[in-house]
Design a protein around this ligand. Structure first.
Ligand code: SAM
Ligand code: SF4
Length: 446
């Protein structure tokens, strides 16, 4: 057994499973100012642009939840929201004028809380999509995030009429006291009719987010939340283990010491309950019911196709450069990054100043992390065709996952299975490269 393989086995056996959520790689805490600004046109010139993904970040919420480390501010000034939308329009115009021929195969509007926007502002944002970026809303799968305290009938009707395919709502807990303990006011008398109303719009995909590991949550209250959730027949449910990150108010209150056993137990309860109720596990966090007749975004492949991000904290990806504005959690830092964004002019949007250049090694690691941590798994032949190397030669540790029966391999496809998916945040963390890891460790939260 090589040293790396031995070390990996020991790491899997001895380290907490809750290391980091790698929904993207490299993590944005590894981004830094580029030594020289990159020219947007030059950056995108060699890229394939026929099936891009479009992400817009709305960094505003009505209130800030005590656990939340997402890039967002609560109670923004109304004029700030309008200035922000005007800048999104300018940024989109620069993308249109600079990238040449392109087409979007899918989009997401996330945050923060996009449903913080009023209908007039939603109209403005969707006009950017259709009139500037040429997005065909009827035929392009799109996702939109909402929160219970900002959504209403008028907005639901707007989103439905504009062809939004996937509506996603954060609930976190159906237990009123648990929600309140993390800063969310969600009376039962309001939640039930609200979710029934949302259901009546019949968005093709309806997702609901829950969190496990909330202070005071028990196996019983968790199960009660899960039971309540499925009453509203969501097609997808995300179960997030709580991560208490620096600078959040929960961190200030109790540090990040968490009882791993509670999260592991609640994970198992959630997984088993949803599977018993017809949901299929797609990753450690995502459970879904098959939906017939969905407009698929199969054209877009997150492994190979690029992404354009609009707004603060929205990442853009070319093959080997990832970029965005800076990331922050504390209110003064988030507010100052938003202020810098709204002060930008056309010339500012034509260059890129902050991000990371991916080495070949990091591109391989990205491929590995983004495929292995999904139920669909890692296709060795596809890896070989992209990188001209065998994935087991590049990453001999993969054999350990097979030996420990955390993964299986059939017809050249390696999949985490059984308890394997529960180790996702540990496995992903292991495969971070030394260079990216060093940058993440140097990063000072702000
Ligand atoms: C953009 S929010 C969802 C929409 C909306 N802002 C809301 O909260 O209702 C994305 C999701 O990330 C999850 N989340 C955010 N911070 C988290 C943390 N520190 N630990 C676990 N889950 C977290 C929550 O479940 C949240 O619903
Ligand atoms: S969880 Fe949602 S509503 Fe709460 S602060 Fe984060 S983005 Fe805003």
């Amino acid at each position: 057994m090589s040293d790396a393989v031995h070390a990996f086995r020991q790491y899997l056996e001895e380290t907490s499973r809750f290391q980091s959520y790698l929904y993207s790689y490299p993590h944005k805490t590894a981004y830094r100012p580029f030594e020289e600004k990159l020219d947007l046109k030059t950056l995108w010139a060699p890229e394939k642009k026929h099936a891009l993904y479009l992400y817009t970040h709305i960094p505003f919420c009505r209130m800030k939840c005590s656990f939340c480390n997402l890039f967002t501010v609560s109670h923004p000034r109304e004029d700030l929201v309008s200035l922000y939308l005007k800048k999104i329009q300018l940024e989109a115009e620069v993308v249109r004028d600079t990238l040449g021929d392109f087409r979007f195969a899918g989009y997401a509007i996330g945050g923060g809380t996009p449903s913080h926007l009023d209908v007039g502002q939603l109209e403005q944002l969707f006009a950017v999509y259709t009139d500037i970026l040429g997005v065909d809303l009827r035929n392009t799968p799109g996702s939109f995030e909402i929160s219970p305290d900002t959504i209403n009938d008028e907005k639901l009707s707007f989103l439905s009429q504009h062809g939004v395919q996937r509506l996603s709502i954060g609930i976190q807990s159906f237990i009123e006291t648990e929600a309140r303990s993390v800063g969310r006011v969600q009376p039962e008398t309001v939640m039930e009719p609200l979710l029934e109303k949302i259901g009546s719009y019949q968005f093709p995909v309806f997702n609901l987010d829950l969190i496990y590991g909330i202070p005071g949550q028990t196996a019983e209250t968790w199960l009660a939340s899960l039971k309540k959730a499925i009453q509203f027949q969501p097609t997808e449910i995300f179960l997030y283990p709580l991560y208490v990150r620096p600078l959040t108010s929960l961190f200030k209150k109790r540090g990040n010491a968490q009882d791993e056993d509670i999260r592991s137990t609640l994970y198992r309860i959630g997984r088993d309950f949803l599977q018993a109720n017809g949901y299929v596990q797609d990753s450690m966090r995502l459970f879904r019911k098959p939906v017939a007749g969905l407009r698929e975004s199969s054209e877009y492949s997150c492994q190979e196709d690029g992404m354009i991000g609009l707004g603060t904290n929205a990442r853009s990806y070319t093959t080997d450069v990832h970029y965005s504005t800076e990331y922050a959690v504390a209110k003064p830092a988030v507010a100052s990054i938003i202020d810098d964004y709204v002060a930008k002019d056309r010339a500012d949007f034509m260059t890129v100043s902050y991000g990371i250049r991916l080495s070949l090694d990091d591109r391989k690691r990205r491929y590995l992390i983004k495929s292995l941590l999904k139920a669909q798994g890692l296709d060795s032949a596809h890896y070989q065709s992209l990188y001209g190397a065998a994935v087991h030669d590049d990453f001999p540790e993969l054999q350990t996952l097979l030996d420990m029966q955390l993964a299986k391999e059939e017809s050249g496809r390696m999949q985490l299975h059984g308890e394997g998916l529960a180790y996702s945040d540990l496995i992903g963390h292991w495969f971070i490269s030394p260079t990216v890891r060093a940058k993440m460790q140097e990063y000072v939260p702000r």
